[in-house]
Design a protein around this ligand. Structure first.
Ligand code: NDP
Ligand code: MG
Length: 383
């Protein structure tokens, strides 16, 4: 029996995790966390009867406390509340489905308390992989990836890590695949929110359209699998059926396939190292007919190269890439900047930042604040 904390339970990954819990049967939910969606969190509390629930927004936490006063769930607030959810003694795995760098502190709390991690929150490794991976090793914690590509890589490597030569990480190409910069300059948030294959939270959907998501995933893979970014090769694969591949030293390539359904990698993380019930539709390759592959268009979508550059500089630079992106995406979702400006704002923040090597968590938090400030100033300057 696994007892889990679902951090970010009201989001796309959080709700799909609970769907997997319904199917698996022998996974117990000990704690849930959300930021402000207390309506959905209350429904989840009544259904899953967790011992604790945390809401990071203090005012909403107070409202939820009153709403669920008739249940046995203890309601906590703030980041500390999410940390307590993650590290409660009954929990043996934390599913980190908070979006953005906000997921970092609760994930660290879970690792320090010795909980295995089902890692959806890629921003944790992007911003602080240099700290988080050694910390997991020190505490004997398994980090099982939930991101579909990394789950595929993890499953494909199996116990053959020492023979790994390259990772071929697939990318759907997003809704704007094949378009010119001129076309991209006119794209709105409504266009960018229409992902061809996956239904996800707003931030990652925009990241998929800019290809920042693939950049973040290359950094995530670098930390998870210990390979330099030049050996992690992105390949556009429009159908999202092969979720990624690995190439071994003999030239053999192994990949993992499945329908594009996040419940598959979520279930794998929850049941690792085993597998249990079917959680998605079977894959019908004849119906799909053909699988296609293309190079990334790095001229039109500069984000992958920017992420590789940040990874090579290391230290606080990936946190700057991430923080600037989070701020720019929030602005884009508010009609506060254009689609192509997102990458320009990230480049500007990276340009201004002097990376600090071997950073502490505080240095990373500071770099994140600095990057957001640069983006805000740029946006104010031109308005
Ligand atoms: P969503 O936006 O759908 O959900 C985010 C969750 O985090 C919600 O529960 C939200 O609470 C909570 N949250 C938001 N802001 C904060 C905050 N400041 N502090 C604490 N909690 C917060 O995101 P997704 O589920 O799409 O993504 C979650 C993570 O998983 C991301 O890191 C993403 O990159 C990764 N991922 C997602 C995939 C997907 O298919 N969606 C695929 C692969 C990776 P509330 O609802 O109350 O706002
Ligand atoms: Mg992914």
């Amino acid at each position: 029996m696994k007892t889990i904390a679902v951090l970010g339970s009201t989001g796309s990954i959080g709700t799909q995790t609970l769907d997997v819990v319904d199917k698996e049967g022998d996974v117990r939910v000990h704690s849930l966390s959300a930021h402000s969606n207390i309506g959905l969190l209350e429904e989840q509390i009544r259904k899953y009867k967790p011992a604790i629930a945390a809401v990071t927004d203090e005012k909403k936490a107070a409202e939820l406390k009153i709403a669920v006063a008739d249940t046995n769930t203890r309601v906590l607030s703030g980041v500390e509340g999410a940390e307590e959810c993650a590290s409660a003694k009954e929990v043996n795995m934390a599913v980190t489905a908070i979006v953005g760098i906000a997921g970092l502190r609760p994930t660290i709390a879970a690792i320090k308390a010795g909980k295995d991690i089902a890692l959806a929150n890629k921003e944790t490794l992007v911003t602080a992989g240099e700290i988080v991976m050694p910390l997991a090793l020190e505490h004997g914690v398994n980090i099982v990836p939930v991101d579909s590509e990394h789950s595929a890589i993890f499953q494909s490597i199996a116990d053959q890590g020492k023979f790994l030569r390259r990772i071929l990480i697939t990318a759907s190409g997003g809704p704007f695949f094949g378009m010119s910069r001129d076309e991209l300059s006119r794209k709105t948030r409504f266009d960018a929110l229409k992902h061809p294959n996956w239904s996800m939270g707003a931030k990652i959907t925009i990241d998929s359209a800019t290809l920042v998501n693939k950049g973040l995933e290359i950094i995530e893979a670098q930390h998870l699998f210990g390979l330099g970014v030049d050996r992690i090769i992105p390949v556009v694969h429009r159908e999202s059926i092969i979720h990624s591949m690995v190439e071994f030293c003999d030239g053999s390539v192994i990949g993992q396939m499945g329908v594009p359904d996040m419940r598959l990698p979520i279930a794998y993380a929850l049941t690792y190292p085993g597998r249990r019930v079917p959680v998605s539709e079977p894959l019908d390759l004849v119906k799909i007919g053909k699988l296609t592959f293309f190079d990334i268009d790095n001229e039109t979508f500069p984000a992958v190269n920017m992420a590789k550059k940040a990874a090579k500089i290391g230290g606080t630079m990936p946190a700057v890439l991430n923080g600037a992106n989070e701020e720019a995406v929030a602005a884009f979702l508010n009609d506060g900047c254009g689609f192509l400006e997102i990458a320009e704002l990230i480049a500007a923040a990276m340009e201004k930042h002097k990376a600090k090597q071997n950073p502490t968590i505080e240095d990373i938090a500071q770099a994140d604040i600095e990057a957001r400030q640069i983006v805000k100033e740029r946006l104010e300057m031109r308005s």
